[in-house]
Design a protein around this ligand. Structure first.
Ligand code: BG6
Length: 497
């Protein structure tokens, strides 16, 4: 890029790499991967000698590049000048082909050799999970995963299986052709600024650590509320539901970072060793617990803002009898020294009033209420890590109302990460950069994935044969089952406004 286009960014420089995208014509490539790569190139985090090679069938290189350009205009929240697009598109190449055809891998190998003498390669599987082992085997068979002359890293997206058995099988099949160190299981939640900042807040400050335990914290809520419905994804979502889609993956991963002990060093395995200890300490669910500790519900029709929206069962591709949950809440207990007795309540839902994702650390109530004679008794303090929108943290405290009174009022101390949003990196940018620099800290290891499936498997089994599901009106939080999850929690369910 021209010097004018380059904005210096913090971050380790990357080596020239062939970035291969399987599923190059798909939605993920347009919406997330291409905008992230352009942003990285703009700020010097993608080496200009790198090449981006799409693998897709049924289109010419020109058609593919044109569709990426249109996608960028439609989805990306960034302005890209003609010159920037030109520089980026010069890096693009297409290998047409079918993923199950050996010839595709032979063509890909030839193309990589011809394009770039640098042999580092990252293979991004932006395809449905059923293709992961086919691709990994193809790479292995034609020597593309061989790391003799450079790194070869394979990136896969969730879901990593649909239950414990299928996740074990997937891990087994991948590990039979790749080393575990070559597999990057991406969880885009871990690339969010606030999630990474959680680790910095916890381990670069000394004032939080003394409070970060059962003596001071009443409970923790980790949530992802969305206003969108399932859009065009009925096929996947009908089989998945909210428990698998969000809780088993993103929210449990976040929970491990909130709950883990300080790692001995900030390296991938040291962090992941601590995360897996949290998962091992999660109290197993028995059938009686599930009724008290897990909630499923499905959106009915309603309105979000001014827009009327239809019920889940009326969405294209959804069975009118479907009982798939679009809302799930689970109350976890972590049986260890630090967290005994502190509920971790993870919840998520589609078609809720607003898109808000956050971690709420709710502290215990003040032990004695000195101001009880007045209108509002002081509320418990909370520390909120906002993952989306308005990334940042907020500390909710009690303060005196101005004037001749000792009545209290709520005061919120906010610390946004950026005033205008520009400095906040997109999760894909962070995670692609991590793959290129070989930092697997924010990626899930095989044992973590299997452990989290084994924790929620009893809930999956209990829900499998249900014949009905609670309905909530779109645009509301009317999920009555949630009260039970918060029955003994100070301040109850925090519904983001
Ligand atoms: C995806 C889920 O992994 O995460 C989607 O499959 C969900 O259903 C999305 O909408 C939420 O991500 P974000 O970053 O928009 O909160």
């Amino acid at each position: 890029m021209e010097n004018d286009d380059i904005k210096p960014c913090l971050g380790e420089p990357t080596e020239p790499t062939n970035i291969v995208i399987f599923g190059a014509g798909g939605d993920l490539t347009k919406r997330k991967l291409v905008p992230a790569l352009i942003k990285m190139l703009r700020c010097n985090l993608l080496h200009p000698d790198s090449k981006i090679i799409g693998v897709a069938k049924g289109r010419s290189k020109e058609q593919w590049i044109e569709s990426l350009h249109l996608g960028l205009e439609k989805y990306a929240e960034i302005q890209v000048s003609d010159q920037q697009w030109q520089t980026f598109s010069n890096m693009l190449n297409l290998v047409p082909g079918d993923l199950q055809d050996d010839q595709t891998y032979i063509d890909l190998a030839a193309s990589l050799e011809q394009l770039n003498e640098h042999t580092n390669a990252m293979f991004y599987c932006a395809v449905p999970p059923g293709w992961y082992t086919t691709i990994a085997s193809g790479l292995h068979k034609f020597g593309l995963a061989d790391e003799a002359e450079g790194f070869r890293r394979v990136v896969i997206e969730k879901p990593f299986g649909m239950d414990l058995q299928s996740s074990r099988q997937l891990n087994h099949e991948l590990q039979s052709v790749l080393n575990e160190s070559q597999i990057y299981r991406i969880d885009h939640y871990l690339g969010k600024e606030s999630v990474q900042n959680l680790l910095v807040y916890r381990f670069a400050n000394s004032i939080l650590e003394p409070l970060w335990n059962r003596n001071f914290i009443d409970h923790i809520q980790i949530s992802a509320a969305e206003s969108l419905g399932i859009e065009y994804r009925a096929n996947y979502y009908e089989k998945s539901g909210a428990l698998r889609d969000m809780i088993q993956s993103h929210l449990m991963q976040v929970m491990t970072l909130v709950a883990m002990e300080p790692p001995v060093e900030f390296t991938a395995d040291a962090v992941r060793d601590e995360k897996i200890k949290v998962l091992r300490a999660v109290r197993p669910f028995n059938q009686d617990d599930i009724k008290q500790q897990a909630v499923a519900a499905q959106y009915g029709s309603g309105s979000i803002g001014d827009e009327s929206v239809r019920a889940y069962v009326a969405e294209d591709g959804v069975s009118p009898e479907s009982v798939t949950e679009t809302f799930a809440g689970v109350r976890f207990h972590i049986d260890n020294w630090r967290w005994q007795g502190v509920p971790f309540i993870l919840w998520t839902g589609k078609r809720l009033p607003k898109r808000v994702s956050e971690i709420v650390i709710r502290f215990r109530k003040p032990p004695f209420n000195l101001f009880d004679t007045h209108a509002i008794p002081p509320l418990a303090n909370s520390l909120v890590f906002r993952l989306h929108p308005d990334e940042g943290i907020a500390l909710r405290m009690n303060a005196k109302m101005p004037g001749l009174t000792t009545d209290t009022q709520r005061m919120v101390m906010r610390a946004p990460y950026s005033e205008n949003g520009e400095d906040v990196s997109d999760a894909y940018e962070v995670l692609i950069h991590d793959v290129l620099t070989g930092d697997a800290t924010l990626f899930s290891r095989a044992d973590e994935v299997e452990e989290s499936w084994s924790i929620i498997e009893p809930i999956i089994n209990a829900w499998k044969d249900r014949i009905s599901v609670e309905r909530y009106r779109s645009g509301t939080y009317d999920v009555s089952g949630m009260d039970a999850l918060f029955k003994d929690c100070v301040g109850g369910w925090h519904q983001p406004k």
